[in-house]
Design a protein around this ligand. Structure first.
Ligand code: UGA
Length: 427
């Protein structure tokens, strides 16, 4: 099938590469020349495991092209995927400027009937707005919602082995046509109306975020009563109705999706006269979680001023270089503000973090470098490689014995046996 993808951000790029790998002819476009050049040279602009390989493969077999020529991309295809950003306005509602602009551009450019598929996370009702905008063109357009469920760091795996594909449309036959794009994928396929598909995306993200805030509240109770949240979560997760996923207590959720989408859903409900009380609490708990951790570090360190602290992890989660809404950044900034000398290490996110962190932060090339002479080590991202730190050696190079594990990643018992003072979340 002939497909164009508008936007080469996270969702657009993975979709373009994934659709090409499924055998479709894909033209992807965006307005940044450096990005287009880099992608055409096989260099992904984001870090995502497996992406570079698939990008190179599909450029080589000519199923995938990146172009600045919006009109050519549109008129090459029968299906147009809108994959542009919907950042939050200050009140939390989604900014639809980019989506509407793309719809206007499609209306100006299209020389034939098209199916326009929205993959950007948009408030309920946006599909109808896009439909209205497209009306100004004489051709016929069908607007479809096909929300994205990819996780950063696991996006390629999720594209090919996701749980479900949801397609929402006014016309069932159009929905079926769009679903046929994904026929090679094993995911459960669900067709629905436009509004339902748009809401499924927000409801899923808000529910997962709620699960995380819930387990973080349980962790805070564990701290008070002397229970271990890891085992509480394990015991809960054994119940199939609960399941063990997204029950890791830590520093709260970050990234470009959960914080934004929870606020946006609260706004969507509010805009329709409904107060979604639960989501207000989910946001409050999430904001509080990293502050509690920072307070814990400061209290235990007594006077952080002048102390050497190693912070391991800067990305909002493992396997990504994305630092948006990352708790790690707030932690580093708070420690610097308290006068600590902070050394940091992250396998992927240091380039981006260097642009926003205070100038005094020292960026290290290895975990060992960061930990040398540190009075305390802080784990701020769940990178698997932090699990494999050889602590007997770390003990020799560190100046102190404090470990603050914001992601409950490490083995508390063995660290305690080695003489470290371990502080996790709810343990
Ligand atoms: C999330 C959803 O999981 C995807 O399904 C969705 O497509 C995506 O948002 C999106 O809307 O685009 P993502 O933000 O990439 O994906 O990352 P997650 O793996 O969901 O993690 C989000 C945050 O929650 C991270 O900060 C992570 O550390 C935290 N988290 C996750 C926890 O604190 N505990 C957990 O048990 C799981």
């Amino acid at each position: 099938m002939k497909i164009s993808v508008i936007g080469t951000g996270y969702v657009g790029l993975i979709s373009a590469v994934g659709l090409a790998e499924l055998g479709h002819k894909v033209w992807a476009t965006c307005r940044t020349k450096e990005k287009i050049d880099s992608l055409n040279n096989g260099q992904p602009v984001i870090y995502e495991p497996g992406l570079e390989q698939l990008l190179k493969k599909n450029l080589k077999n000519k199923r995938l092209v990146f172009t600045m020529d919006f009109n050519a991309a549109i008129n090459h295809s029968d299906f147009v995927f809108i994959c542009v950003g919907t950042p939050p306005w200050p009140d939390g509602s989604a900014d639809l400027t980019a989506v509407k602009n793309v719809a206007r551009q499609i209306a100006l450019a299209a020389k034939k009937n098209l199916i326009v598929i929205d993959k950007s996370t948009v408030p309920v009702g946006t599909g109808r707005i896009v439909q209205q905008i497209l009306k100004s063109n004489g051709h016929r357009f069908a607007v479809v919602s096909c929300p994205e469920f990819l996780r950063e760091g696991k996006a390629i795996e999720d594209f090919f082995h996701g749980d479900r594909i949801v397609v929402g449309a006014v016309n069932f036959l159009v929905a079926k046509k769009v679903m046929s794009i994904f026929k090679k994928l094993p995911a459960v396929k669900m067709t629905t109306d436009l509004e339902t598909a748009e809401l499924i995306k927000y409801a899923a993200n808000a529910f997962l975020a709620t699960k995380i805030s819930f387990i973080n509240e349980i962790a805070n109770v564990c701290d008070k009563v002397g229970a271990d949240v890891i085992n509480v979560a394990k015991g809960m997760g054994l119940d199939k109705r609960i399941n063990p996923y997204f029950l890791n207590a830590g520093l709260g959720f970050g990234g470009s999706c959960f914080p934004k989408d929870v606020k946006a859903l609260k706004q969507i409900a509010g805009g329709h006269g409904y107060r979604f009380k639960l989501l207000k609490a989910v946001i409050e708990v999430n904001n509080k979680q990293r502050q509690l951790f920072i307070e814990k570090i400061k209290t235990i360190l007594k006077h952080p001023a002048g102390k050497n602290i190693a912070v391991l992890g800067l990305a909002f989660k493992d396997n990504t270089d994305d630092i948006r809404e990352s708790a790690a950044l707030d932690i580093v900034t708070a420690l610097v503000k308290a006068g600590a000398k902070v050394k940091v290490y992250d396998p992927q996110a240091m380039r981006l973090a260097a642009k926003v962190l205070p100038k005094s932060v020292i960026f290290c090339q290895t975990i060992d470098q960061a930990m040398t002479s540190a009075q305390a080590v802080v784990i701020a991202t769940e990178w698997p490689e932090f699990k494999n730190i050889y602590w007997p050696k770390a003990k020799k190079i560190m100046a102190g014995k404090l470990i603050f594990d914001g992601k409950n990643l490490l083995n508390r018992e063995s660290l305690t046996r080695l003489g470290f003072k371990y502080h996790g979340i709810g343990r």
